[in-house]
Design a binder for this molecule. Sequence first.
Ligand code: CO
Length: 281
Amino acid sequence: MNNSRPIKEIIEPRFVMEGAGVLLRRSIAPQVSNQFDPFLLFDHFAFNDPAEGPIRGFPMHPHRGIETVTYIIQGSVKHRDSLGNSGLIGPGDVQWMTAGGGILHEEMPRRGLDGIINGFQLWVNLPASQKMSRPRYQGVEAVTIPVFEKEGCRVHVIAGMLGDIVGPVTEIAANPIYLDVALEPGATFNVPVPEKQTCLAYIFDGQGVFGDQEVAGVKMVVFGSGDQIEVKAGTSPLRFVLVAGSPIGEPIVPYGPFVMNTIGEIQQALADLKNGTFVQV
Ligand code: CO
């Protein structure tokens, strides 16, 4: 039996400055209350006006205890890290980084040739048993991300399943779904989402009916309980990112770029940084 999820909450993203002066639209941020478990943070790069000048980005910084997921639709992010990786996350590419026990990296977002950047960073929590795991990357190029097409729906499947299409990002603790959904005016879209998973949609273009309410972008929708998501586009094209994941169900202590389970583990992260023993290789 299909039970469509209603909207539980609509979040208005707020503008924040992070890194060396990067303007972002932030919908959720790490909090002890952990109400979006396993998701911790969702940022949308928001500097589309070249009059704002060059973007200075996010110089070398640490992460521990989480995964950072960068998905770029327009523009790019240049990156390098303490494991020796470097490269460009280009339009349509995804970088799913499991920071585990410790990584230092630099992220430099850039507008595309058309002056536009549309990109997102999601933070996903790791269970205690994986917080000190070896860091790893799943770098997925746009050409290898499968596209589901049906009756006015065009969906990039990054993680999880849609129809018989399986996304290329796998072996993630939260067992996530990550879809980039584009709908033509009036098109409808359905996807099953396991009852126990937390499910969020970030609407960045157009408007439509999400479950039981009409919502216009730019907004984040938090879905209530049910086992499937139903969306119907309004009179213009609609585009949103849909994420779902299994709650980890552990207490968290967030501190800047670290999310651990106890204050002692945060103190340990700070001590490791100071002592030069932070990076896990
Ligand atoms: Co980072």
